[in-house]
Design a protein around this ligand. Structure first.
Ligand code: FAD
Ligand code: NAD
Length: 492
């Protein structure tokens, strides 16, 4: 039998679906929704909760927790605002209940009911790939022309001697806590470790943050990390940098984590332990590898620029492929993957990762798009720096939300923006204007020429553009202007 005949033998005459999407997190939901909106017949398979990580264990609960922690901190610092400062008696169980309430409020948006109403057929169960065109869910086999894998990622737990003798948390399980840990050990200096260390500390846990590297948030410039570390230190988060984990043990009622810091041994004591050491793409256990699907050296699905995997009928999006593990990237990739999957006979586009913004929601927030100084130096890209401190921004002063700054890197001598880092209150919101500008090739002069509302933090974007303009005013023009104005003062 020839190959074509063989294929004909096992492929159905007509597929049930144009697209089956595996996983109903940010990537899966957007893939399913867009495909249904484009008129395709779509099935969405989720083994656990609709909304995936972002809604149930990630962005939503963490930002709800951070909000309570921020308010507790503001209450303590009420004297900065002319009000009596106070000790805050945090009802931790209530805070965690609010976190769950927040999830419940958003939940309908990601629910089966909503997606069914949008024209997506939802299946609950673990998807298993039987071929590049067949997905089993329980007893059912869904046949489909294309598949989008959006299976996400799971928290990494380091291999550590003694780990089986202690209970520990990850970002998946920490939300079940109802009793505040008196002393919390957080392992990891990335966004999860930093956001949760500060939040738990502000809610009254004594936090020790144990970090492998020499600083927190190592993707950011050193000055940014130093400010965050200073704030953490001032608020009482104990930082253990350059730590190599050795072993962990339960001793009486406490957890004892032993690390090497250089040649020295250091022990860290706590009542609870949280690992935040990265998230591993979910590529195994649903038949992809059996079909010859490959993963890259990061352990993420291997895909081309159009998000097609090594199995031609299967595309992918979100944390399972990365490399940027953000909800907004999952959604962005989902749009590319699903439309490519539906229309690949006639048209495919590449996913655009040239401009990926992100914000780490520590206080002060750290937001970035494009290059920072350490990237520019590493890539040997020439740049100029223009910086505006929040202290020069009236709204930051009236709100007592200093410290912070806006730093813009531009092409030397030009207003073309290479990258922006904003550190400070609402940095993530303020960044959006720069993302739009960069995406559309607008330089700082265009931002300067745009009327910004006074007094807002976003006005800082215009002020930093003004600072750039002041420094680039053509020097040769100055004597001419002086002569012109001298002449104009003559009384004729
Ligand atoms: C604590 C924390 C805070 C975060 N904060 C932010 C933030 O502020 N901003 C931001 O942009 N990002 C944040 N993130 C990252 C963000 O949550 C993820 O990037 C995003 O959720 C990834 O979406 P996804 O659809 O790729 O994966 P997921 O949301 O993980 O969805 C994958 C889904 O697939 C399902 N699944 C897996 N295998 C199968 C199978 N075989 N069959 C059926 N279903 C399957 C899973 O059950 C899951 O529901 C945070 C993450 C964490 C953990
Ligand atoms: N605000 C946001 O957008 C946001 C918030 C949270 C999470 N996220 C996403 O989730 C992803 C995962 O976050 P994360 O913070 O877990 O991972 P990460 O990879 O960003 O950081 C992991 C940290 O753990 C440290 N580490 C790794 N192994 C270690 C070990 N054995 N001992 C001690 N330290 C160790 C690393 O040095 C690093 O500091 C991020 O990449 C991010 O994209 C985003």
């Amino acid at each position: 039998m020839k190959m074509a005949e063989l294929m004909q033998h096992w492929l159905p005459q007509r597929y049930d679906y144009n697209l089956v999407v595996v996983g109903a997190g940010a990537a899966g939901l957007v893939s399913a929704y867009l495909s249904a909106a484009a008129g395709a017949r779509v099935a969405l398979v989720e083994q656990a909760q609709m909304g995936g990580d972002c809604l149930n264990r990630g962005c939503v609960p963490s930002k709800a927790l951070i909000r309570s922690a921020h308010l507790a901190q503001q209450m303590r610092q009420a004297d900065h605002y002319g009000l009596p400062g106070q000790d805050v008696d945090v009802d931790f169980a209530q805070v965690m209940e609010r976190v769950q309430q927040t999830i419940r409020t958003i939940e309908p948006h990601d629910s089966v009911e909503r997606y069914q109403s949008l024209g997506v057929e939802c299946f609950h169960g673990q998807a298993h790939l039987l071929s590049g065109h067949e997905v089993a869910v329980g007893d059912r086999v869904l046949t489909t022309r294309r598949i989008v894998l959006a299976t996400g990622a799971t928290p990494v737990v380091p291999e550590l001697a003694g780990l089986d003798s202690v209970d520990y948390y990850t970002s998946d399980t920490i939300w079940s806590l109802r009793q505040k840990p008196r002393r919390l050990i957080v392992v990891g200096g990335g966004p999860i470790g930093c956001e949760l260390s500060q939040a738990f500390n502000r809610l009254g846990s004594q936090v020790v943050q144990v970090v492998h590297g020499e600083r927190l948030l190592k993707r950011e410039d050193r000055a940014v990390c130093e400010l965050v570390q200073q704030v953490f230190h001032d608020e009482g988060v104990e930082l253990c940098l350059n730590c190599d984990l050795q072993h962990v043990a339960r001793q009486q009622d406490e957890i004892v984590l032993t690390c090497h810091v250089g040649d020295e041994e250091r022990t860290v004591h706590g009542d609870a332990l949280l690992f935040a050491v990265g998230r591993q793409p979910m590529t195994q256990g649903f038949g992809f590898e059996v079909l010859g699907g490959t993963v890259d050296r990061r352990g993420a699905l291997q895909a081309d620029g159009t998000l097609r995997t090594s199995v031609p009928s299967i595309y992918c999006a979100g944390d399972v492929v990365g490399p940027y593990q953000f909800t907004h990237m999952a959604a962005h990739q989902a749009a590319t993957a699903s439309l490519n999957a539906l229309f690949d006979r006639i048209w495919r586009r590449r996913v655009d990762v040239s401009l990926v913004p992100w914000t780490t929601f520590v206080d002060p927030e750290v937001a970035r798009v494009g290059l920072n100084e350490q990237d520019a130096l590493r890539q040997k890209i020439a740049y100029e720096v223009t910086r505006l401190d929040y202290g020069e921004l009236d709204r930051a002063v009236t709100d007592t939300t200093t410290p912070g700054w806006i730093q813009v890197l531009t092409v030397p001598g030009k207003d073309t923006i290479l990258g922006v880092t904003i550190v400070g209150a609402h940095a993530g919101d303020c960044l959006a204007e720069f993302v739009l500008a960069m995406k559309n090739g607008l330089g700082l002069k265009k931002i300067l020429a745009t009327i910004h509302v006074y007094p807002t933090l976003a006005e800082g974007n215009k002020l930093v553009a003004g600072e750039w303009q002041r420094r680039h005013f053509p020097a040769a023009l100055k004597p001419w202007l002086k002569r012109f104005h001298d002449w104009m003062r003559r009384v004729s």
